[in-house]
Design a protein around this ligand. Structure first.
Ligand SMILES: [Zn+2]
Length: 274
C-alpha cells in the first residue's frame, strides 16, 4: 500500500471512536461494530492499485449499489477496548467485486480474523442508505445502556416511541426530524435482521433493536455518533424520570421548535403535523 495506512486520519478516528464507545459502556465484551466506506480519494491515496488479497468470501445477499467499493470494518469477536492495541488484528479493509456479491480482504484481520458477524447488516444498510444519501459513509452499532433500558419500559410502537423521544429534549426533533426506525426483537447476526434494518434505513438514519442496541448511519463518524448520543440522552432522562413526567414538551412546542429551525418533522407523529 502506498502509505502507512495506520497513520491515516480515518483509521485514527475509528480507533478513537472504538475506545470512546467502550469507555461510555456501550461496547461491553464483543459488542459494537462499525463499517466505514472509503472514498475514491482515500483508496487512491492509501491503497492505490497494488493491494494484496488474502481471503475471499461470498455475500448471501448481494449489494449491487456497493460494487467495487472499499470498507474499513471491525473484526468479529474483537472487543472495542482492544482495537487501539492492535488495529491490524481488530480492523480490516474489504473490497467488493463489481456485482457486490463477493468481497476480498485486502488489509488487516490478521491472526485469521474475519469481519464482524453483522457485516451483512452493515452492507445492506450502506446499500439502502446510499440511495437516499450518496454521501453516507458510516454504519455504527453499539449498546447504549439507557436506550436499551427504554425498550423494556416504553411500548414498542414506532410512532409512539418517536413522539416520546421528541418530547424529552429540544434537541431530539432537531437532530432526527425524520424520527427513529424501530424493529421488533429479532435474532441478530443474520441476513434477516440486516434486511429489515436496511429497509428502515431507507427512511431513518437510526434503527433501534429492542433489548439489544442501536444502529446509526451518517456522512461522518461524528454524525453517526451524535445521533446515538442524542437518543441516549433522551433515553437517560426517560429512565431517570421513570417515564412518569408531570410535563414534557407539548406537540405545539415540538412544531414551534421545528419551525424555528426550518425543519419538517416526520408526518403522522404529532397531531398538529399529520
Ligand atoms: Zn449488538
Amino acid at each position: 500500500m502506498k502509505k502507512q495506512i495506520l497513520k491515516t486520519p480515518f483509521i485514527e478516528e475509528i480507533i478513537n471512536v472504538c475506545s470512546n464507545i467502550y469507555n461510555a459502556g456501550w461496547g461491553e465484551n464483543h459488542a459494537g461494530n462499525l463499517s466505514y466506506r472509503m472514498t475514491a480519494q482515500e483508496v487512491d491515496a492509501y491503497i492505490g492499485k497494488d493491494w494484496g488479497v488474502t481471503r475471499k468470501y461470498n455475500l448471501e445477499k448481494p449489494c449491487p449499489e456497493l460494487g467495487n467499493q472499499f470498507f474499513l470494518v471491525t473484526a468479529s469477536g474483537s472487543p472495542f477496548r482492544n482495537v487501539k492495541h492492535d488495529p491490524e488484528v481488530h480492523l480490516g479493509i474489504i473490497h467488493l467485486n463489481e456485482e457486490g456479491s463477493t468481497y476480498e480482504i485486502i488489509w488487516g484481520f490478521r491472526e485469521g480474523r474475519q469481519p464482524t458477524s453483522e457485516l451483512p447488516t452493515h452492507l445492506l444498510c450502506h446499500n439502502e442508505r446510499l440511495q437516499v444519501d450518496p454521501d453516507n459513509r458510516i454504519v455504527l452499532h453499539c449498546h447504549p445502556t439507557y436506550t436499551i433500558a427504554m425498550t423494556f419500559i416504553h411500548e414498542l410502537e414506532q410512532n409512539a416511541f418517536i413522539k416520546t423521544m421528541w418530547s424529552l429534549n429540544s434537541e431530539c426533533v432537531l437532530v432526527f426530524p425524520e424520527g427513529i426506525g424501530l424493529l421488533p426483537w429479532m435474532v441478530c447476526g443474520n441476513g434477516e435482521i440486516g434486511w429489515e434494518s436496511a429497509m428502515k434505513m431507507r427512511e431513518f438514519r437510526i434503527v433501534l433493536w429492542p433489548h439489544h442496541g442501536i444502529l446509526a448511519s451518517g456522512q461522518s463518524i461524528d454524525q453517526a455518533l451524535g445521533l446515538i448520543e442524542t437518543v441516549e440522552k433522551g433515553a437517560h432522562v426517560y429512565i431517570l424520570t421513570e417515564g412518569k413526567t408531570n410535563q414534557c414538551m407539548t406537540d405545539e412546542q415540538i412544531v414551534e421548535l421545528a419551525d424555528a429551525f426550518n425543519l419538517e418533522p416526520r408526518k403522522g407523529i404529532i397531531k398538529e403535523n399529520v
